[in-house]
Write a protein that binds this ligand. Sequence first.
Ligand SMILES: C[S@@+](CC[C@H](N)C(=O)[O-])C[C@H]1O[C@@H](n2cnc3c(N)ncnc32)[C@H](O)[C@@H]1O
Length: 285
Amino acid sequence: MREALRWARRCLVGAVESPEVEAEILLTHVLGRSRAQLYAGADDRLSAEAAERLGELVARRAGGEPLQYLTGHQVFRRLDLAVGPGVLVPRPETEMVVEHALGRIAGVASPVVVDVGTGSGAIALSVGVERPDATVWATEVSPEAAAWARRNLDRLGAGNVTIAEGDLFSPLPANLRGAVDLVVANPPYLAAAQLAGMAADVRDHEPLVATVSGPSGLEVPARVVEEALAWIRPGGWLVMETWPGQADDLLALLSARYAEAAVHPDLTGSLRIAEGQKRPSDPVR
Ligand SMILES: C[S@@+](CC[C@H](N)C(=O)[O-])C[C@H]1O[C@@H](n2cnc3c(N)ncnc32)[C@H](O)[C@@H]1O
């Protein structure tokens, strides 16, 4: 094992940020062992089959495939989500967006929540599990991503979450208009030209529909800001993930249409969480 671990680490140096950690993750995944079991059996010999499988995964990772596509899962808040090609790997920064969003419905009994662009279902399923009294709708335009969300929904058995395939708010039932307590979204927000500067896993492997919004990067977020107004009840909230380079533009859009518009930093100090409250006087359109 020791030698296999060293070998895997050497192959990953220069290709990933933490070769030691990732070598360990791939080897424990191949062996179906915990980290503690791995080190307890450090003198064991690796079978030819396991060595071949490790070699294949290390080569794919060195070629830029996301680690989570290789292991097939990602932990997000309380959930262990299945992920793979066709869906964005949920990020730690989004966990904070969920935390903030949950705060906005803390005082609301049986809230109605919509997660727009659900991907793996990370946000919708977290809200569904952490607020069992909520009714959660999750929309997703990509059939591949929606299939991952359904897989995760089935695994978790969150009966209060419904996944609806289609563009932004269009697959929602009409009776939700003006009745939603919280819309939460982590929309694609990169400008097309930014993609070239991203890490290989994002650039070459994660779906473009999940990362790139259009020429400016603001196209999908701007649609969410505008279209959410028809669904949120007066006094309800829109909470969105953003990134520091877009925070000012998004804040301007929110300020023009919502009360209490703000962009908050995450725990690392990056402006990540944008929000606005629907004004009581705004009519349902
Ligand atoms: C940045 S990813 C976020 C995924 C997930 N919510 C998360 O935080 O891990 C954006 C998601 O929005 C979806 N999406 C992009 N455009 C959309 C649209 N017009 N309508 C619905 N979903 C859309 C993408 O397929 C992708 O799954």
